[in-house]
Ligand binder design. Sequence first.
Ligand code: NCD
Ligand code: ZN
Length: 366
Amino acid sequence: MLKLPGLIDPHVHLREPGATHKEDFDSGTSAALAGGFTTVLAMPNTKPPIFDLETLDIALNAAKQKARCDYGQYVGAGPDNADWGNNKSLPLRVAGLKMYLDSTFGELRLDDMTLWQPHFENWPKNISIVAHSESRTMAAAILFAAIYDRSVHIAHISLKEEVLLIKAAKERGIKVTCEVCPHHLFLNNEDLPPPNPPPNSTNLGEGKGGGRKEVRPRLATKEDVNALWQNMDVIDCFATDHAPHTIEEKDSDNPPPGFPGLETALPLLLNAVSESRLTIPDLIAKMYTNPKKMFNLPDQPETWVEVDEGAVYEIKAANQFTRCNWTPFEGWKVKGKVRKVVLRGVTAFEDGKILVEQGFGRDVRR
Ligand code: NCD
Ligand code: ZN
């Protein structure tokens, strides 16, 4: 039996408020515990999006009542909520500021760089800015960090050009950190069925299930995937970007992007350890030590995860707590299973069962 610290996932979408048919703080934090995570940081692209004190209260009240593991909530950067200097209490109550600099699921997006500027200028330097930025937008986000002499965390990097640029920026002392998602390490753009064909296509076989491949950033090439593995030392942390959409939505004509990931991340990464592609110290650094420091998260005394390193099993959506009812890793055989999770002295998960009530989870900023 291997003992790990309570893991941290700094990037999840729990869909509350507004889309609780996909997930909510109850099902999402149950999925987290089953996956070995005792802290999750929730993204603000909900309905409504979380962008001021009023919407923050909606999310935090729901979390307080329903979360079974510890949580933090991000606030989203919008076109007219950058007066953080006049609103000093809000940054202290959130996990960080999320900036959507490229298009993705939800309404929060800052197209124009003049809209980025006041956020970089006004957001407190000791609280995280997390950027959804891809390729050249990522380069621009790093330039903003350098100009405003503050840190920026780049979400879900997936490309060779991204990991190499971050490496070069770090070598020059720019305060940039980054995360990578298991799906960008274990899948490439040839692995899942192609996206839905155009409406006039006669190839019906392609359409069924094609939307399941949709995720932002998109799955990348084998060369990109190899570059992430080869530059593992540049990657500060793993994050699932758990982005559940129901299987009906994924198989519809207009499939939203996103994969669930909370319950598959640790088994996939432990499997990589069993294949000597990763080490346990790597795993602890990227799923506990580094994110704890980067997001300034509190200690969780008497908290640990027990893993059966030798247990081989098949990933099945039917066994998951996430409400979305599918996984891109269906049928994958992995070695390494979460047996037990103890959070603040209480057994929260054991042998497939959640043992703590809704409301057991605590706000990391309280
Ligand atoms: C995310 C979602 O569904 O909220 N989708 C995704 O493909 N990752 C949005 C996001 O993180 O970009
Ligand atoms: Zn995301």
